[in-house]
Write a protein that binds this ligand. Sequence first.
Ligand code: ZN
Ligand code: FE
Length: 266
Amino acid sequence: MVQPIVMEASMPEVIVTAIPAFTDNYIWLLTTGAAECAVVDPGDAKPVERALHREGLELACILLTHHHADHVGGVSRLVAATGAQVFGPHDDRIAGQTRSLHEGERIELPSLGLEFEVIEVPGHTSTHIAYYGHDCLFCGDTLFSVGCGRLFEGTPEQMQASLDKLAALPADTQVFCAHEYTLSNCDFALQVEPANEALQRRASQVEAARAAGRSTVPSLLGEELSVNPFLRCREPDVVRAARRRNPEAQPGASTLAEIRAWKDSF
Ligand code: ZN
Ligand code: FE
């Protein structure tokens, strides 16, 4: 007798599309080829509604990374129109969530079959979370391409620990951040590390992409590790740059504190 071949139920592949919003936000649209979809950080409902209509999609699920208005502003209108479930961090400042998430939880997106792991990444805000799965990272305003979010609620130590967690993900992870800030981030990063050749190459690619109206997101985590100063706060060149501002700066969080403060006034 020939044994029947049992096909392993394989996970659906995720297709990620950018829905531009406001001046420089990206709302990420997740589909699998079926009718149901999810969005990450819908700060505005209108561009999402237009995309759903254009693509003939039903919104099953909303993922939120943090409470800022440019990430959650469209939630109530989208939920009223679609009944979508809402996942996000445990935070009273976010209304209308179906489920609050914590570090290490795995979630399956309703109707999509996609699975993501929740990573708590405080720093930009105190309850910021990121979603990792299918070789994709949705990290809101924590990690940007060639930059990181401002420290509105967290300490440099918290942000350093959060960025360390993201840096430990596989190098082939695609980083889907929530803003197109890469061009100005490159200008700043070149001030920190003018001799970084990988950064020089990335900066000229980014310049060409923006001049042609193309997005610079997602980026590859492996490349971010060699060009993003906020992921390089233990590299001698970055520590040296921090010491030009504060001779006491040490590798890690205190270097991050100096580089972040420098960027805030750049
Ligand atoms: Zn934010
Ligand atoms: Fe934002």
